[in-house]
Design a protein around this ligand. Structure first.
Ligand SMILES: [Zn+2]
Length: 296
């Protein structure tokens, strides 16, 4: 009886405790987090240079399967590249000293306001030196809009929703930039099953669209939640980009995003694995020495 009597109070407390994402980050105790990250770990000193930093902190939706599948695929790809790798969910690693070990950062389904303002600045400074960034699936959702640089300059599009009718569907992906290094070895089109994201608009001309979705091959509908059920962006595959890239700043820092990668099964397909390897190699500047993939 006592528990039932208290239940409304508990529920009220739960609701009133909700705070905006940004204030969560701003209240993040950076000094404490800094002590927890590998900066003080002896093991971290054995991480080779260069390495790939695989970061998957989730302060919003957590893609357990996508994170696990991509982590393993990235580790295998890193070995083939002759790179080291390091996985963490502690954003404190985004400081000048630790980032110096890496030439690529993968935001593997990172969601929410994961980095403090100081860590965001450290990332931007590291990237401005010409280092590469790879964004996978949830790293392109709408939970990053507190970080203007990431949302506008690195990602470049605003997520709207994804189908829930059903959630995972097979669709035709068309390669739109067949000469781009990230698309090398892929067929001109292929079928893939994923949770297909829809965005408010295509990325700006600063970005190079590499692949798009044929909306006639799946049902771009979400009747489950949100304000918008019709998720169509347009009849042409170029109307609905799903992979795109950019080179940023004087040092042509390469950044590339794929909206594929909700489930681990994505990273068991030939096409997704090849895209991932190509993205890592291009971001690390191991391919495309002339930066032809930066040209429009
Ligand atoms: Zn997802």
């Amino acid at each position: 009886m006592k528990i039932l009597y208290l239940l409304p109070l508990v529920l009220l407390a739960a609701c009133s405790s909700e705070v905006p994402e940004k204030s969560l980050s701003e209240s993040k105790p950076t000094t404490v987090v800094g002590e927890l990250v590998p900066t003080t770990s002896r093991y971290f000193n054995f991480v080779p240079t260069p390495s790939i930093l695989i970061f998957s902190e989730t302060r919003d939706w957590r893609h357990e399967e996508g994170i696990a599948g991509a982590n393993l695929a990235i580790m295998k790809a890193a070995k083939e590249m002759g790179h080291g790798y390091y996985t963490t969910e502690h954003s404190g690693i985004f400081n000048e000293k630790d980032l110096a070990r890496f030439d690529v950062v993968v935001f593997n389904n990172m969601t929410g306001d994961a980095l403090t303002p100081e860590e965001e600045t450290a990332f931007a400074k590291w990237q401005s030196k010409g280092n590469g960034t790879v964004l996978l699936h949830g790293a392109g959702d709408d939970s990053h809009q507190d970080w203007d640089f990431y949302h506008n300059e690195v990602l470049g599009a605003t997520f709207v929703s994804h189908p829930m009718d059903p959630q995972f569907q097979e669709a035709r992906v068309e390669v739109l930039a067949p000469k781009h290094p990230v698309m090398q070895g892929l067929p001109s089109e292929f079928m893939a099953t994923d949770e297909w994201y829809t965005f408010e608009a295509v990325p700006s001309d600063d970005f190079i669209v590499l692949a798009g979705l044929d909306e006639s091959t799946y049902s771009p509908v979400n009747n489950a939640y949100g304000d918008r059920s019709d998720l169509r962006m347009g009849p042409k595959t170029s109307d609905h980009p799903i992979i795109w890239a950019r080179c940023l700043g004087d040092n042509q820092a390469r950044t590339v995003f794929t909206a594929m990668g909700h489930r681990y099964e994505t990273f068991e397909t030939t096409e997704a694995l090849l895209i991932l390897k190509n993205m890592l190699n291009w971001a690390a500047k191991k391919t495309d020495p002339e930066s032809s993939g930066c040209a429009k």
